[in-house]
Design a protein around this ligand. Sequence first.
Ligand SMILES: NCc1[nH]cc(CCC(=O)O)c1CC(=O)O
Length: 324
Amino acid sequence: MSQYEFSIGTRGSALATTQTGHVAVQLHEISQVAYNTVLVKTEGDVTTGPLSQLGGTGVFAAALRQALLDGSCDMAVHSLKDLPTTQPDGLLIAATPQRADVRDALCARDGLFLAELPEGATVGTGSPRRKAQLLAFRPDLRIVDIRGNVGTRLGRVKGSPAQKDDGGVGRTAQGDLDAVILAAAGLERLGLDSHITEYLDPEIMLPAPGQGSLAVEVRAAGSGHPSVDTALETMDDVDTRLAVTAERALLARLEAGCAAPIGALATVQGDTLVLDSVACSPDGSDTMRRSATTQQLTIDGAQALGITLAEQLLREGAADLAGL
Ligand SMILES: NCc1[nH]cc(CCC(=O)O)c1CC(=O)O
C-alpha cells in the first residue's frame, strides 16, 4: 500500500499553497493517507490588468477544475469566494472546512482606522464591492485599482514595514497609498495579520459571498480513496456549509459574479440562519441593504433563503443599481 496517496492541486500563490497545505495536512492526519501536491497555473495568475476587467468569473478556478477533471489531481482547494456558483458536471464540493474570519480588513499607514484616514486619502482595492462600500461610508476617499498577490498589495501602503520573514511582502522603495483593503482570512492564514489596523464591521463592509471559506472539490466519484473521502466528510463544517450555500444562492440568483458590487454574509444564530446582503451602485452613492432569515437549517433551506432574498433585491431594483 506504499503507493497509496492522494494528489492535491493548488495555485502557486503564497495564499493558495498555504491554504492547500493546511487542508492536506489535516486530511493526512485524519486518514493517515500520504499525499503529493500538484502546482497548477491559472489564467488569473498570469494575466495582468484590472481584475474587474478579466474575462468573466472563475479565472482562478478554471485551470484547477480542469486538472481535477483530467485526473492530474484528486482534489483541489479553492477560496470559495473565487469559485463560480455554477457547479461543473462531474465535480462536487466535498468539504467546506470551518470558516475563518469573514471580515474585510483595513491595512493603513500609521495604524489608522478607516474613520481617521485624512480627507481624500488613497485606498487600494480592485474589488468593485469594496470600492462601493468604502465610498458609501467615506465619499471623499480616492479608490485606486490595484491587484496582485497579498504581499504585493500590502507593499503599496506608505511606510509598510520591510520584513523578510513575513510571507514575501516586497517593500517597494516606498508605498504610494494610505491604505489597502484585504480579506482578514487571507492575511491571517499568511501570518500577516499584524498589518491589519481595523477589522471592518460588516455593518459598514459586507464581505464577498464565501469570503473566509475554503472549498475542497473532488470528482463526483470521490477522491478515489475511501478513507480520504471519510476524512473530507469529517472536515466539512455544517454551519459553514449552510452559510456559504445561502450566500452563493443569492449571488447565483442575482446572476452576479465576484466583480459585482454585491456583498453577502450568512450566520447561524442559534436555530436561525440569518442572511444579510447589500447591492451598491458602483460609486457607492446608493446602497440597498436587505436581510432575511430562515429556521430551516438544511441545504435546501439555505438555498431557498438566498434565492428569496435575491428576488427581493431584484424586485426593488438591485440589477439596475449594481449594474448587473
Ligand atoms: N480574490 C483573491 C482572494 N481570494 C481569497 C482571498 C482571501 C481569503 C478568503 O477570503 O478566503 C483573496 C485575497 C483577498 O481578497 O484579500
